[in-house]
Write a protein that binds this ligand. Structure first.
Ligand SMILES: Nc1ncnc2c1ncn2[C@@H]1O[C@H](COP(=O)(O)OP(=O)(O)O)[C@@H](O)[C@H]1O
Ligand SMILES: [Mg+2]
Length: 243
């Protein structure tokens, strides 16, 4: 996907200005930015949810979005939530949904009601619902920020496994620097509608502790927190600082 010279304003309020962004096939890009920096606005454009008439926006036809809350329909069973919008014979559609739910470790909850799921399970369903569309571009808007730390780590593993199996291009929004470092091929920092920092991470995932320290400082500093304190801010606090 590619945006060139992209600008988005609400009335006189310019949220994103002159932004160039390109994401390669199968690339995993994480977008960091403070609250209100325009992350969701950008993501909505890439999802095709916003009118981008007259702008240079190239996005693949098959896209899927996962938001911070799973947005499941409570009156539909889990598998029907995953199958939502899929066309075809009920049996085949159910098979597809079932396969996706197996992939996210919820093969045993096909007939469960959404309200009986934990937060982590609900996000797994949301991932399955995205996957079943076989998107070329997977958009994730702070998908794990409402989950506890342990569940979040499990979701990171799952996200990477799904990405490796299906290889969509990913744009994931987060305000969690450690999440960005754990997952990304490339991290972007958005500030006042511009990309102010860009870091490519070549170290294999799982072997990033050596590069993480310097990287974390640079990213935190780009987020405007003052790098000199970055290394001593415990995870929870740094997490909240950008919430
Ligand atoms: N539909 C809208 N109408 C007017 N202003 C909006 C709209 N959507 C977002 N904004 C404004 O755009 C700015 C960026 O919002 P958003 O993209 O949601 O930020 P982020 O996701 O980085 O927290 C905010 O100041 C917000 O108030
Ligand atoms: Mg947002």
């Amino acid at each position: 996907m590619r945006l060139t010279n992209f600008t988005r304003a609400f009335g006189d309020n310019v949220i994103i200005s002159d932004l160039d962004l390109e994401i390669g096939k199968g690339e995993f890009v994480v977008l960091l930015g403070r609250s209100g920096s325009g992350k969701t606005t950008l993501l909505r454009t890439l999802a095709g949810l916003d009118d981008a008439t007259g702008q240079s926006v190239r996005i693949p036809g098959s896209r899927a979005v996962v938001f911070q809350d799973a947005r499941l329909l409570p009156w539909k069973k889990v598998w029907r939530n995953v199958a939502l919008g899929l066309r075809g014979l009920t049996g085949l559609v159910r098979d597809k949904a079932e396969r996706a739910l197996h992939e996210v470790g919820l093969g045993h909850r096909l007939d469960a009601w959404p309200l009986t799921l934990s937060g982590g399970e609900a996000q797994r369903v949301a991932l399955a619902r995205a996957l079943v569309r076989e998107p070329e571009l997977l958009l994730l808007d702070e998908p794990f920020s409402a989950l506890d730390a342990l569940t979040r780590l499990k979701m990171h593993e799952l996200t990477l496994a799904l990405w490796q199996a299906h290889r969509p291009a990913v744009l994931m929004v987060t305000h969690d620097v450690d999440e960005a470092i754990a997952l990304a091929d490339r991290v972007l920092v958005l500030d006042q509608g511009r990309i102010v920092t860009q870091e490519r991470i070549t170290a294999p995932r799982g072997e990033r502790s050596d590069v993480a320290r310097g990287l974390r400082q640079r990213l935190l500093s780009a987020l405007g927190s003052g790098a000199e304190h970055a290394s001593v801010i415990p995870f929870r606090q740094s997490h909240e600082a950008f919430a």
